[in-house]
Design a protein around this ligand. Sequence first.
Ligand code: CA
Length: 334
Amino acid sequence: MQVPTVGCSLRGVSMSGVGIPPGCRAFCSLSHSGLHCGGRNVQGTDLCYQALVAWAGGLVLPPPLVPVVPVSLAGSTNDTGGRLEPAPEPQRDQTLRQQGPLASPIPAGHPAVPTKPAGPWRDCAEAHRAGHEQSGVYELRLGRHVVSAWCEQQLEGGGWTVIQRRQDGSVNFFTTWQHYKVGFGQPDGEHWLGLEPVYQLTSRGDHELLVLLEDWGGRGARAHYDGFSLEPESDHYRLRLGQYHGDAGDSLSWHNDKPFSTVDRDRDSYSGNCALYQRGGWWYHACAHSNLNGVWHRGGHYRSRYQDGVYWAEFRGGAYSLKKAAMLIRPLRL
Ligand SMILES: [Ca+2]
């Protein structure tokens, strides 16, 4: 891997700046020929590299890789002479297991008794209030349209609408703006509810977002945001996020206030096309700390030219493709 270098236009510019973590100066340095990362082969596995990419956004950049080692694990890889190879798998898993018990399970996707309760409903929360406490596929009325969605009615008081789910790789998420707009997949399986339906839902009032993740060892994690909404299509379904809480690590706030990008609608902050490299639509910045719409690589660690897995960098890193992921929203209770 070539040492990342940005153009000579950066000569004389200090590396310190907004978003540059303390310590980066130790190995990110300027030289007469430009900005180098100190001769280290940092690739996309280095937080400093990621900061460099963000800082130098729009200039000549290497492929859009982002931190693939969670902060909690970064310290365990500092004895590799700068090559930041992934730690041996058994060692890494041990580290993770020490961090605590499993979080809440991912919605199973298949109810014990399939139901299709009367509707259509305003949202899953309304159905729950009406006494429908069985998780399953419900019909929701959004404007003039009726869409099918999975309602998670047992988890933490119920009333959750699942807007995204990955669990078995059965659906191709490398698709176009129009599909991401209207939705695709199956509500009782892998599913993308659709940007327009989610916009319609979240434009009615304040919502919260719950992201549930599970790795291939069965370890779960969650990220909760106490605010979640999308702007209308005219603003490219720009993401508006509230405060993060949880144990997964916050891999979405970096994407706050970013428009949605797909392979055919590049609205990201990177000179190239993040959705093309990462093979899925997302609220890319330059490019991502998370992409739950990437390629569902079986087994976790994957080898790919670009960082295109289903990942949440602060949980298992960008080079680890998660087994399960789900995004659920619910109106905030006043
Ligand atoms: Ca771009």
